[in-house]
Design a protein around this ligand. Structure first.
Ligand SMILES: [Zn+2]
Length: 101
């Protein structure tokens, strides 16, 4: 997976299209990511006990990793990710400005 936790990404689909947020979680199994404060839906929670009020909570839904673009912290643009090997470590670089991501 090219995208890691804590990366800043731009979302390309849905109601939050064009907004940016931080990756909270990466789901490797199904190729989805959870982005902070984005793709949030309201959910009604029924009262569990009698006398309790139901409430509406906001739940972020994971989005497919192909629907987000990583934002390069160096040039600030949606970056295409490349790789380079430095001292035996595989590094991610922005294909536009060549900075490490
Ligand atoms: Zn860049």
């Amino acid at each position: 997976m090219k995208i890691h936790k804590n990366d800043t990404v731009k979302i390309m689909v849905g109601k939050d299209k064009g907004k940016t947020g931080k990756i909270l979680k990466v789901f490797l199994k199904n190729g989805k990511v959870l982005v902070e404060n984005l793709n949030v839906y309201k959910k009604n929670v029924r009262p569990k006990k009698q006398g309790e009020k139901g409430q509406i909570i906001s739940v972020p839904r994971p989005v497919d990793v192909s629907n987000v673009a990583i934002i390069c912290s160096s040039c600030g643009r949606a970056a295409r990710i490349g790789y380079k090997v430095e001292k035996g470590n595989k590094m991610r670089i922005c294909k536009k400005c060549k900075a490490n991501i």
